[in-house]
Design a protein around this ligand. Structure first.
Ligand code: HEM
Length: 452
């Protein structure tokens, strides 16, 4: 039996089941009605709590130290099972959804593209995309925050991946298909495969977008292979990726592999970053003092030019706002693993094929680690650094987000630009309802923008 720590005796009481499970439905109703409230309440029942999705049991890890052990042991707690199989069918065999057996090689090959020294090269693409989007707003306009920020982050990613060298129609095609893919992938992953094959309009649109998106990516890759004078961007970095463990040192990723990785980066990186920025604007609009502090900081960046990666150390308040936003609303709020062998966690023996879930949202809302956890307080981070056990918006261990610095740089620079140019005010209406699907988003959020 594999262990994740010095093996304690298995005399722990049985893992408690969260209250309120119904026959057949299990906890499905609670999870549908108020998923965040349900998850926040789980730690009061134990370090590990059993939840039933219909008749499928899932063990939710509610303790930071156990979460850390689970994430470090990526061989025993792997990305396998029906959810990951479906996600591979939907988004391809990229880094985010592949099992441990295929992960190390892919990660080794992709890692240099996200090395910290590369991030300043991507930064001008982030600020150009932000500039373009917010430059189109009218004074006093009511904006659909999620839509605006999705457009911004999609453009930003396309630009950073292909150095803004694409003909306009090709870029437009990518953006159109990506919008359809991001809008439909959650439904495709959670629906039974048979339902996805029905010739409904939504399915047909999704299939068409998937095929065309893949084809467009492969054409871009093929074109760049014949013209190696291309710019330094994320694509060129993947094309030149060599395996440090290969004595020949030849580039090794095939066109198909690169296309799957790019698709993964788009899917994993666009909505998550847009959601972070969306939640940040929501919080700022309701906390005018913080918004003023952010504006003052943004105003101190040299006027007339967008901020660059060199300005990041001066954007401390902006960074604290992003950190606090990621604490309150981590976009990847709940994630899963499946055990691939008998393994021990928290004194309990888990047989093979146990479904286990962990949640950055749950840990970030524990009052014993974050006093008054529901309060938006960016100043918490003035004294304290995010620690690797209780603050996990990007995960931890071998499967930690490869795009964390990419995302943080993009979000910080874009937020500084937004704060420098626009004032955000809430509009009357029902409170914003977080939508907790694969990403936690402020869907439907509208804000009034006033030119500064
Ligand atoms: C605020 C934005 C983002 C958040 C909150 C976020 C969050 C996460 C989390 C929690 C994981 C770990 C998942 C798990 O353990 O199951 C992850 C993995 C990953 N993310 Fe991100 N992500 C963000 C942005 C990005 C960006 C911009 C990219 C790429 C351009 C990206 C690419 C990936 C990939 C490829 C993985 C899988 C890594 C691996 O398994 O080796 N993410 N992300």
């Amino acid at each position: 039996m594999a262990t994740t720590s010095t093996f304690p005796p298995m005399n722990a009481p049985a893992i408690p089941t969260a209250p309120g499970a119904l026959p057949v439905l299990g906890h499905a109703l609670q999870l549908l009605r108020d998923p965040l409230g349900f998850v926040r309440g789980l730690p009061q029942h134990g370090e590990l709590v059993r939840v039933r999705l219909g008749t499928h049991p899932v063990v939710v890890v509610c303790d930071p130290e156990l979460t850390r052990r689970l994430l470090l042991d990526d061989r025993s707690f792997d990305k396998v099972g029906p959810i990951y199989q479906r996600s591979q069918d939907v988004v391809g065999d990229g880094l985010a959804g592949c099992p441990h057996s295929r992960h190390r090689r892919q990660r080794r090959l992709c890692q240099p593209s996200f090395h910290p020294h590369r991030i300043p090269e991507y930064a001008p693409h982030f600020t150009a995309a932000a500039d373009q989007r917010i430059g189109a707003w009218q004074d006093g306009q009511l904006i659909d925050v999620s839509r605006e920020l999705m457009t911004m982050t999609m453009r930003s990613s396309v630009s950073a991946m292909f150095a803004a060298e694409l003909p306009t129609q090709v870029e437009q095609l990518l953006l159109t298909d990506l919008t359809t893919l991001l809008g439909g992938s959650f439904r495709q992953i959670v629906s039974p495969a048979l339902l996805n094959q029905l010739p409904t309009r939504a399915n047909q649109r999704y299939q068409l977008a998937t095929e065309r998106f893949g084809r467009t990516l492969r054409e871009i890759i093929g074109h760049r292979r014949t013209d190696r004078t291309g710019p330094a961007d994320l694509l060129s970095s993947l094309l030149g990726a060599v395996d440090p463990e290969d004595p020949d040192g030849q580039p090794v990723l095939t066109d198909h592999e690169i296309s799957d990785q790019l698709r993964t980066f788009f899917v994993a990186g666009t909505e998550t970053t847009a959601a972070t920025l969306g939640w940040a604007l929501h919080l700022l609009s309701r906390h005018p003092r913080v918004q003023s502090a952010l504006q003052a900081e943004a105003d101190a960046v040299p006027a007339g030019s967008p901020p660059t990666a060199a300005d990041l150390p001066a954007l401390r308040t902006t960074a604290n706002v992003i950190t606090e936003t990621l604490r309150l609303y981590p976009p990847a709020w709940m994630l899963t693993r499946e055990t691939t062998q008998p393994v021990e966690l928290g004194g309990h023996a888990f047989p093979t094929a146990t479904q286990v879930a962990w949640s950055p949202y749950l840990l970030h809302h524990r009052p014993d680690f974050y006093p008054e956890p529901e309060r938006f307080d960016p100043d918490r981070w003035s004294e304290r650094k995010p620690d690797r056990t209780t603050f996990l918006p990007f995960g931890s261990g071998p499967r930690k987000c490869i795009g964390d610095q990419f995302a943080l740089t993009q979000a910080t620079l874009a937020l500084a630009m937004l704060a420098a140019r626009w004032q955000f005010t809430p509009v009357a209406g029902p409170p914003v309802k977080p939508v907790a699907k694969s990403t936690l988003t402020p869907r439907g959020l509208r804000l009034r923008v006033t030119r500064r």
